[in-house]
Design a protein around this ligand. Structure first.
Ligand SMILES: [Fe+2]
Ligand SMILES: [Fe+2]
Length: 291
């Protein structure tokens, strides 16, 4: 029985958001090719990854009897579909820059299609829930401190802000399907997070390297960039290392995503979007309100 305080916000499906991505510069993260391409590499797998999450949750849809969870699953599917649409637009921009996006997405699709076809449903929902744990934590890592996204272009920062908000809103949906409907074992849950952590960050670095190579940077230049840039993400003081305790909470028997507080400026995004109906202004207010 869980005895911790539960923090929860309801998923809200937001559609037709325009982030004017066609106006962002090539190296949109403060002119820094390495940081830009790391975020681009992460973003380019989102549409296929999110379509896979939708398929995995759908595998259990018929078995969900709790009306509250049914509604949350419906909203989860709609939110992830919208994320896919937005990041597909981002992918088109990368394609227009000459980036080998299709090569990467083909590889992602092959792996995910194989998993759906060959592995049990429980494996697939555990992978989805583990990815959702990572995306909710990344959302926090990107926006809990103002300095982290300081140099990012405001338009794409707003895209990541909106996506982060919704990842936090639906962070427990796949988890609840996994534990309450699929009744996945803790061992499978623990293994799934270990696996997706290695794959997600390993492939992101590999793809970022491929993008930088296409940009024309030599092996030596890319090695220098990685040596300078990787600690910003993964170093002891890196943006991701700060969330180590929350990451490790997953590996406890009674973990639930709602035991982690929601980012403190969550309501700022919601209020600003309601006031202006402009996701760029909402993203800006959300980022400005960070610590
Ligand atoms: Fe998403
Ligand atoms: Fe998600």
């Amino acid at each position: 029985m869980n005895t911790f305080t539960q923090y929860q916000v309801e998923p809200v499906v937001r559609t037709h958001l325009d982030f004017k991505l066609d106006q962002i510069p090539r190296f949109w993260f403060g002119g820094d090719p390495f940081k830009t391409r790391m975020f681009d590499a992460l973003s380019l797998t989102f549409p296929d990854g999110e379509r896979y999450f939708i398929q995995c949750v759908r595998l259990y849809r018929e078995q969900i009897t709790d009306p509250d969870l049914q509604q949350k699953v419906a909203d989860f599917i709609k939110q992830e579909a919208q994320h896919g649409i937005a990041h597909d637009k981002m992918n088109q921009i990368l394609i227009d820059q000459g980036m080998p996006v299709q090569r990467f997405t083909q590889h992602v699709n092959q792996r995910l299609g194989h998993a759906l076809k060959r592995y049990p449903k429980q494996y697939n929902i555990a992978i989805t829930a583990a990815c959702e744990h990572l995306t909710a934590l990344m959302a926090d890592a990107f926006f809990s401190e103002k300095a982290t996204m300081q140099d990012a272009h405001p338009f794409i920062r707003a895209l990541f802000a909106w996506h982060s908000i919704e990842e936090m809103e639906h962070r427990d949906v796949a988890y609840d399907v996994m534990t309450k409907v699929a009744h996945t074992s803790n061992t499978l849950r623990y293994s799934a997070l270990a696996l997706v952590t290695i794959l997600m960050f390993g492939f992101t670095m590999q793809r970022a390297n491929g993008l930088l190579k296409t940009d024309g940077f030599s092996v030596l230049e890319r090695m220098k960039m990685a040596a300078k840039g990787l600690p910003w993400f993964f170093g002891r003081q890196g943006i991701l290392a700060r969330l180590r305790p929350e990451y490790l909470d997953w590996y406890t028997a009674d973990f639930h995503p709602s035991q982690h507080p929601i980012i403190h400026q969550y309501q700022t995004f919601v209020d600003e979007l309601a006031k202006t109906n402009d996701p760029i202004l909402a993203g800006e207010a959300f980022w400005q309100a960070a610590l």
